[in-house]
Design a protein around this ligand. Structure first.
Ligand code: NDP
Ligand code: GDR
Length: 329
């Protein structure tokens, strides 16, 4: 019989890719839709699945809405991808971040416990929980945590809440410690998309330069389309567990810029302006994940390298900006 999934954060980058992936596997897909003044379903539209998923109004900070959503969807699997996910914002809105990113996960777990404890639960944990400390140049499932932002602290609460509900109530709770993953559907505030959008605009003559913060930070970047498969695989195992999902390679923001500008024949050094406005109160300097466990147990491996990913994003942004310019004419 076809399975049913409920996804929080379905309007975000990962939610849209995961919904697309699960529909392809024959799932009935429900998504939690937070009430906003303007429409938020553009990513579902982009992937051609807007009419193929059922959206239920609710918010992670309102546990009653989660209980209602579970009653209506009656899911086999629950993916908690919803969050205030932008690290920089978490210093400006720490309480909101703790409520949605941290307590929101606890609300999901409680809603599952009170309705149907057999529902399998996926928590979107993050490499930000490691904090990129120099003594741990490669991070695995056994690396100590040292979060460096209100976002990282909130995610660590959600991570341990998931493990605690497994140990306390036997909930099938899995945590994917995902390293940065990007796509043409990435929010414009994140550095890869900010760069690929700027490259497109500079190339097409509608932007002069690109203001960035710390371009010496190193990240392990993969493609979101590959990473959602790992989320699903975790819930198909016999036992719930924690897995690092990463490429195993790390690159500076500077070199990522170089790849993007080179692709359209421009020299990044002529356009990138270092702007202290984009520095963070505490930085995560180096992230590089060890995906050995995911490979050995889930049979999962990243399939898209950084160059391919950035080229895909620049191509998508060139098309978007060209379309914008056509409409404006
Ligand atoms: P996005 O920021 O693209 O999406 C976040 C989603 O959460 C959106 O659908 C948003 O809804 C929803 N949301 C925010 N607040 C609430 C709330 N209070 N109630 C209900 N829904 C809410 O994130 P990504 O898709 O990139 O990431 C998915 C998850 O994985 C997040 O939890 C993120 O922290 C985590 N993660 C992401 C990584 C990455 O590199 N992308 C790496 C590791 C972890 P709306 O559209 O209405 O704002
Ligand atoms: P991150 O992603 O904080 O790793 O969190 P982001 O793309 O925002 O930053 C990556 C690195 O780039 C540096 N940087 C800049 N970042 C942004 N956004 N804008 C700039 O102008 C800029 N200049 C330099 C940052 O300082 C940082 O070092 C993402 C999110 O998706 C989280 O939700 C997720 O948990 C982690 O990835 C893994």
């Amino acid at each position: 019989m076809a399975k049913t999934a409920l996804i929080t954060g379905i309007t975000g980058q990962d939610g849209a890719y995961l919904a697309h992936f699960l529909l392809g596997k024959g799932y009935k897909v429900y998504g939690l839709l937070a009430r906003r003044a303007t429409k938020t379903t553009w990513r579902l539209k982009y992937l051609g699945i807007e009419g193929k998923v059922t959206l239920l109004e609710g918010d992670l900070t309102d546990a009653t809405s989660l209980i209602r959503a579970i009653r209506e969807a009656n899911p086999d699997e629950f993916y908690n991808l919803g969050a205030q996910s932008f690290v920089a914002t978490s210093w400006r809105q720490p309480q909101l971040t703790a409520l949605s990113t941290g307590l929101g996960a606890l609300n999901c777990l409680e809603a599952i416990r009170l309705t149907n404890p057999k529902i399998k639960f996926y928590q979107a944990s993050t490499s930000e929980m490691f904090g990129g400390m120099p003594e741990y140049p490669i991070q695995s499932e056994t690396t100590p945590f040292h979060p460096r932002s209100p976002y990282g602290v909130s995610k660590l609460f959600a991570h341990w809440a998931t493990i605690n509900y497994r140990e306390s109530f036997d909930i099938f709770g899995c945590c994917g410690i995902l390293f940065n993953h990007e796509s043409p559907l990435r929010g414009i505030e994140f550095v890869t998309r900010k760069v690929t959008d700027a490259v497109a605009r500079i190339k097409l003559g509608v932007q002069k330069d690109l203001h960035l913060g710390n371009i010496d930070a190193k990240r392990d970047w993969g493609f979101a389309g590959d990473y959602v498969k790992a989320m699903w695989l975790m819930l198909q195992q016999e036992k719930p567990d924690v897995y690092v999902v990463a490429t195993g390679k790390t690159t500076t923001v500077r070199d990522m810029c170089r790849i993007a500008f080179d692709y359209v024949g421009l020299d990044y050094e002529k356009y990138v302006v270092i702007d202290p406005k984009f520095y963070r109160p505490a930085e995560v300097d180096l992230l590089r994940g060890d995906p050995t466990k995911a490979k050995n147990i889930l049979g999962w491996e990243a399939e898209t390298d950084l160059e391919e990913l950035i080229h895909m994003m620049v191509d998508a942004d060139l098309k978007r900006v060209q379309d914008e310019l056509k409409v404006a004419r």
